[in-house]
Every structure is written in structure tokens, then in C-alpha cells.
Design a binder for this molecule. Structure first.
Ligand code: ADP
Ligand code: ASP
Ligand code: MG
Length: 414
């Protein structure tokens, strides 16, 4: 029997009425004769609420205890969903991440999955059960409870699909696929029919919340097709690519085609001058010392740039839970040589080969400058151009870049 993995996000199970609708969708899928594993996120804003609670108790909550707390959100959702399915006559059983055999490293609050041993899931599937799994969590090889970073239920679903050899993995949300920009910000955004793993990963890493970057990385590694679609939409029927967005191996588009615009507001930018004490280690010595402090506090950054010993780095706040402690550590080690900017955001355009020449950088920069939006930094990769700008102008910039690169022309993105 073909196995499919479905994942339902927090907004899809935000209240009891919606949870029951999900149970109904699960039952309709089941009646089509599939073996079914359902991964569920915490209800609505539960994870944010739990984080808020933790911060009221401690400004630097211990990461292990944080994981104990945060995993409760998905545990509530899995039990309630399982009950709701049973109420409709389905034979469901719920499992936590550790019961499902999701083994991670020991990096609390943004752990990586290193192995999945889904023995219990397979046993229950063989008994004909619908298996409901708490997303976003696992157990480290030290037998500690861990979470996978914000948005990590997508990763649970893809990892489970890979381990079970599922036909495909369906990510069901409040939006019916991946759009050329966040449809809440850009009314003219269009749904993208097919995306490659690389394009999707880059969009996700640039802040498009709809799919988690680590989940896409996992799907790419294991060759799992992801179908992003709306929880409210019809069932896909025999052809799972009939609606939503399919993420899979995709033949290259015309090089230079922009597929989407994404942004991230909740970031800090760390910059450091070269300090005098680094001569023995060479020009990058102080920069490396700073990275060492960040690593010891388990802070991961992006767009690292080191030149002549000076460093600039963007850190997403999403999985940064001990900011006060990190700031203290940096101040006591480096004093005034390290600055932290908390007014900027990042806006990116994404597409394979968009930096073959500087045309796209020039075009985007000219549009921003004509609109009076000042750029404080630009970073590029072969798939992405990122402009660092004032946080308050991010939504304007996203709409502008979408207009510049994706509107007023025949859709280059099918
Ligand atoms: P879930 O709770 O189902 O995991 P998320 O809130 O994590 O859902 O992600 C869905 C949201 O992502 C949408 O409501 C939408 O506003 C936002 N989003 C951001 N960028 C995009 C994009 N490019 N395409 C679609 N949705 C996007
Ligand atoms: N509940 C977790 C979060 O809010 C995981 C997820 O939704 O995927 O980040
Ligand atoms: Mg999500």
C-alpha cells in the first residue's frame, strides 16, 4: 500500500473546529486507500505563547528546559487530532518525536535530525492505523528531548517520508502553495507551479515561511517530492501535482530568471572591527574569535563577510533564545569593537544564475534608490541577491522588487 505523509501547520489546527476539519480531511484521504502518517504542529500561536511564558521566567531560558516546554505544544495537538480522527471512526494512534524514532544531535532549540528509526510507526501502519506524529521534535542520541528550530514540523514530515519510503509528502497550510512573494504582503504575488529544491531552499532561507529550509534540504538529499497545498483545498486525487506547488528535481529554467522575492525582518546585524590583539593569528584572528563566542552560545548566522579582519554577519532571531547573554558575552570579550544593529531587515530576490552578470543587482538597487529606500549592504550568491535595508521599509521593498522583477511581463515562472 502506498504511504503518504501529510503535515498540517499551526494555523490549520488553531482551534477545535479547524482540528476537526483536518480530521475530516485525513479520513477522506484514508478512504482513498493510502497508508497515512499525519504530522501536526502546535495549535495556532502555542509555540509563541510558550516562548513568551519562558521569557517571563528567564530572559535567557536554558535551552534544554526550553525544549521540554516547547515540545508540549505539538504533544497537545497530536493527542487532540488523534482523538478527533477516532471520533470520525478512524483508527489513529499518536506518537511523540522520540516514540517515532527521530534521532537528532544534541543542539537544543535548533537540533538537526541525524537518523530516523520509525519502527513503531511502521508496526502501527502494518496494523492499518493512521499514525499521528508530533512535529518539530526528536530525541538526541543522549536521550534528551530536542526541537528542530522554528517551522520544524515541515522537517519532521519530510524526514518521516524519507524513512518510510513514502510516495510523497504533503505540506498543508493556510496558503495554497509557494508564491512569488508572501501573498499577505504582495497582493499581485502568483502561485508557482513547480520549484526546484535549490530555488525553494533559497527562498526559505531568505525568509519565505511557507516551507522550512532544513525540510527542503532533507527532501533534496533523499529525493522526496514535496506538495505544498492548502488544508482547505480539495484532495489532490490521482494526480498530486494538480494544484498547489510541487517541489522536486526540476530542469533548469532560463538562467537569470527571478522566481521569487522573500524577506526577513527579525534579524540583528553583528559587525566587528579588526582588533589589535589578533596579529599572531593573522588578519582574521579577531573575526574567528568572535565566531568562536557565537558558536559557544550556539548562535548561527548567515551572510558572513570577513575582509581585512573586519566582520559582518546577519543573525536571525528566530532560533536565538539567549540574546541578552550573547550580547553580554560579546561586550565583555570585545567591548566597543563589536556593534549590533537592530534596525535592519533583509530582502532578497531568488533565482538560479541571477548573478551571471551584475544586471539584476543594478536593476534592484536602482529601483530601491529611486523609491528612496537606502541600502546598507548587499550580499549575493549564485541563487540570490540580498539587500539590507531599514526594517520599516521591508514590505515596501518587497512589493517594489516584485514589481520590478516579476510583474508586467509574461510569467517566466510556470
Ligand atoms: P504553517 O503554520 O502551516 O506551517 P506558516 O505560517 O509557517 O504556516 O507558513 C505559511 C505562511 O507563510 C503564509 O500564511 C504566508 O503568509 C507566508 N509566506 C511567506 N512567504 C510566502 C511565499 N513565498 N508563498 C506562500 N506563503 C508565504
Ligand atoms: N510549532 C513550531 C513553530 O511554531 C513548529 C512548526 O510550526 O513547524 O515553529
Ligand atoms: Mg510553518
Amino acid at each position: 500500500m502506498a504511504i503518504i505523509v501529510q503535515k498540517y501547520g499551526g494555523s490549520s489546527v488553531a482551534d477545535v473546529a479547524r482540528l476537526k476539519q483536518v480530521a475530516d480531511r485525513v479520513m477522506r484521504t484514508r478512504r482513498e486507500g493510502h497508508g497515512l502518517v499525519v504530522v501536526v504542529s502546535a495549535m495556532g500561536d502555542t509555540t509563541d505563547d510558550l516562548l513568551h511564558l519562558a521569557r517571563q521566567v528567564s530572559p535567557n531560558p536554558d535551552r534544554r528546559e526550553l525544549d521540554m516546554l516547547l515540545t508540549a505544544g505539538e504533544r497537545i495537538a497530536m493527542a487532540l487530532l488523534s482523538m478527533a480522527i477516532r471520533e470520525l471512526g478512524g483508527d489513529a494512534v499518536s506518537f511523540t518525536g522520540s516514540q517515532s524514532g527521530i534521532i537528532t544531535n544534541d543542539r537544543h532549540a535548533d537540533a538537526r535530525i541525524i537518523e530516523v528509526r520509525p519502527v513503531r510507526v511502521q508496526d502501527e501502519l502494518a496494523r492499518g492505523k493512521i499514525v499521528v506524529i508530533a512535529g518539530y521534535q526528536g530525541m538526541s542520541y543522549k536521550r534528551e528531548v530536542t526541537t528542530l528550530g522554528r517551522g520544524g514540523s515541515d522537517t519532521t514530515a519530510v524526514a518521516m517520508a524519507a524513512a518510510l519510503g513514502a510516495d510523497y509528502c504533503e505540506i498543508c497550510s493556510d496558503v495554497d502553495g509557494v508564491y512569488t512573494a508572501d501573498p499577505r504582503v504582495v497582493p499581485a504575488a502568483r502561485r508557482i507551479g513547480t520549484l526546484s529544491y535549490e530555488e525553494t531552499q533559497e527562498l526559505a532561507e531568505s525568509g519565505a515561511k511557507v516551507l522550512n529550509a532544513q525540510a527542503v534540504e532533507f527532501a533534496k538529499e533523499k529525493g522526496i517530492a514535496i506538495y505544498a497545498r492548502a488544508t482547505k483545498g480539495p484532495l489532490p486525487g490521482a494526480d498530486p501535482s494538480s494544484d498547489g506547488t510541487v517541489v522536486r528535481q526540476h530542469p533548469p529554467r532560463m538562467p537569470g530568471t527571478v522566481v521569487g522575492v522573500a524577506s526577513e525582518k527579525d534579524v540583528i546585524v553583528i559587525s566587528a572591527e579588526r582588533t589589535g590583539d589578533s596579529d599572531a593569528e593573522g588578519a582574521s584572528g579577531s573575526a574567528l574569535a568572535l565566531l568562536d563566542v557565537l558558536d559557544r552560545h550556539r548562535v548561527s548566522g548567515k551572510q558572513l563577510h570577513v575582509a581585512d579582519g573586519a566582520l559582518a554577519l546577519v543573525v536571525s532571531r528566530e532560533n536565538l533564545h539567549e540574546e541578552a547573554r550573547v550580547r553580554e558575552a560579546l561586550a565583555s570579550r570585545f567591548g566597543g569593537a563589536v556593534r549590533i544593529a537592530d534596525t535592519l531587515g533583509a530582502t532578497s530576490v531568488v533565482g538560479a544564475g541571477i548573478n551571471a552578470s551584475f544586471e539584476n543587482v543594478r536593476r534592484g538597487s536602482a529601483a530601491l534608490s529611486a523609491a528612496g529606500i537606502e541600502t546598507s549592504g548587499i550580499a549575493t550568491s549564485s541563487f540570490r541577491i540580498t539587500w539590507m535595508i531599514d526594517r520599516s521599509r521591508i514590505d515596501d521593498a518587497v512589493r517594489l522588487l516584485h514589481r520590478t522583477f516579476l510583474e508586467g511581463q509574461a510569467p517566466a515562472v510556470p
